[in-house]
Design a protein around this ligand. Structure first.
Ligand code: PEP
Ligand code: MN
Length: 293
């Protein structure tokens, strides 16, 4: 339980932007996230086989991607869907890290798995469904790894910042926020990419903000254009699902880019990524009560 429950601190002061700390750069090995550049994180939704992961990782690493994503523990809406390979999946990710030098980001669903996953991963991902799993957030405060905190599908930005504060309040300042789309009445896309979340979060918060266009779009054809939008509103990075054979994927194949599609997206993004550092100077001042505690 948080020892500061009696309200002597404000609800997200540990992650808020302030004059003395306008930004917190999260360092993972020699990758700096939130330093003004654009950090790409990519890979399959789920770890399925060694060859699937190694082939994807080698392709991505050869194109300059430094962080490999892949879920070994999958929070599936249906209990009958593929649940991930667990520890065997972590071992495959570790092999990809050894062979390519890429850092690994992978999801953790339970506080009881944190220690084990932290042995294999460089960044621990909290999925949308776990954003308010406070026992997990508390444990991540002492895990010794960076945390990628996804916005819950029905969470306000204030809720997201309070979850980040929870992790920070237990001692871990290395948090990356991720907008991945929110639920709405409109089912044309899987989730609605809240474009404004990026400048709002960057205006009030010192943490890096990345966007996951894959879970927002739900279909691969929309992923590159949402990625482009994310970059021009100031995202510090992108988390993108890529699969060597999306039609055979065990999870999220419809929204996974093929390897050539990923390469095409990267070349489209190059021009936008080049102006990315200059965008930080254009972050608006956001006024209003929306983010009050
Ligand atoms: C994922 O990254 O594969 C995932 C499950 O995402 P989210 O938690 O955003 O649904
Ligand atoms: Mn997925």
């Amino acid at each position: 339980m948080n020892p500061h429950w009696n309200g002597q601190f404000s609800c997200y002061d540990l992650v808020a932007k302030c004059d003395s700390q306008p930004r917190h750069v999260v360092r993972v090995g020699d990758v700096a996230i939130g330093d003004g550049g654009l950090t790409m994180m990519a890979g399959p939704c789920a770890v399925e086989t060694e060859s699937q992961v190694l082939r994807t990782a080698e392709f991505l690493a050869a194109r300059g991607v430094r962080i490999l994503r892949g879920g070994a523990y999958k929070p599936r809406s249906s209990p009958y869907a593929f649940q991930g390979l667990g520890i065997d999946g972590l071992k495959i990710l570790a092999k990809a890290r050894r062979e390519t030098g890429m850092a690994i980001v992978t999801e953790v669903m339970s506080e009881t798995d944190v220690e084990q996953i932290a042995e294999y991963a460089d960044i621990l991902q909290v999925g949308a469904r776990s954003m308010e799993n406070f026992s997990l957030l508390e444990r991540l405060g002492t895990c010794g790894r960076a945390v990628l905190l996804k916005r819950g599908m029905s969470a306000t930005l204030s809720d997201l910042l309070k979850s980040a504060q929870c992790i920070a309040s237990f001692g871990n300042p290395d948090i990356i926020l991720c907008e991945r789309g929110i639920r709405s009445f409109d089912t044309a896309t899987r989730n609605v990419f809240d474009v404004a979340a990026v400048p709002v979060l960057k205006a009030v918060c010192r943490l890096p903000v990345i966007v996951d266009p894959s879970h927002a779009a739900g279909v691969r054809s929309l992923v590159p254009i949402l990625a482009r939008a994310a970059v021009v509103v100031g995202a510090d990075g992108l988390l993108v699902e890529v699969h060597p054979q999306p039609e055979a994927a065990l999870c999220d194949g419809d929204q996974s880019l093929t390897l050539p599609q990923f390469e095409a997206m990267m070349s489209d993004l190059r021009a936008y990524a080049a102006i990315r550092p200059a965008l930080d100077a254009t972050i608006p001042v956001v006024q209003g009560a929306a983010l009050e505690c």
